[in-house]
Write a protein that binds this ligand. Structure first.
Ligand SMILES: Cc1cc2nc3c(=O)[nH]c(=O)nc-3n(C[C@H](O)[C@H](O)[C@H](O)COP(=O)(O)O)c2cc1C
Length: 191
């Protein structure tokens, strides 16, 4: 019987959602059975005990994972110890400095929660400086302020936007995302 993977994610602006869907495609191509769940729109996440492996992905806003993914990790941290576990985040920082984003948004998170993923990675998120349209009425007051402030700071410094070498030929990180998913699939199948 094919091994099964639960992929749960939280995405405020859509990047982690797109990434999660791509990860699912790769896992399915590798012959795994996959359930994809958006934790921000579901009250009852599936029981992790019904899965061989779990992947949890979140977008980062003001340094934080989404509420749904955070609660999921806290609630399931004991059960997750027996599973093949993978974590990923999408953030602005990952675009500039992937190693720093890995440390701040994944390694520190694992330390805080006392969880240990066998595989984790960070992917470039939607840029606060170029990917948000302030004429969109759905952008909230605080978000608007943060985006405006980032644009002001950028204009004042007048420095080119820093992009990590890693993304020079892969600006959205799709190659890295696919390779992360296929590595995870191999780990699940080899157990
Ligand atoms: C209001 C706001 C706050 C943000 N805060 C951070 C942050 O603290 N660190 C970071 O690296 N990126 C930050 N970002 C960029 C997001 O991480 C990026 O847009 C990413 O795509 C979010 O994931 P999502 O699209 O799945 O929601 C922020 C973006 C917005 C709009």
């Amino acid at each position: 019987m094919a091994k099964n993977v639960l992929v749960v994610y939280g995405s405020r602006y859509g990047c982690t959602e797109e990434v999660s869907k791509e990860i699912v495609k790769v896992l399915e191509k590798e012959g795994l059975e996959v359930s994809l769940v958006n934790l921000e729109s579901t009250k009852d996440a599936p029981d992790v005990k019904n899965f061989d492996a779990v992947l949890v992905g979140s977008g980062i806003k003001i340094g934080k994972w989404t509420k749904g993914t955070d609660n999921f990790l806290k609630k399931n941290k004991t059960q997750l110890k027996d599973k093949t576990l993978g974590l990923y985040t999408c953030s602005g920082l990952a675009m500039e400095d992937a190693e720093k984003a890995k440390k701040m948004y994944v390694e520190e998170k694992m330390e805080d929660l006392g969880i240990d993923a066998q595989l984790f990675d960070v992917f470039p998120g939607k840029s606060i400086l170029s990917d948000f349209d302030l004429s969109n009425p759905n952008i909230g007051f605080i978000e608007r302020k943060i985006i405006e402030q980032a644009a002001k700071a950028q204009a004042k410094d007048n420095k080119p936007i820093k992009i990590d070498e890693k993304w020079k030929n892969d600006p959205k990180g799709w190659e890295e995302i696919k390779s992360f998913a296929s590595k995870f699939a191999k780990m699940v199948k080899s157990k």
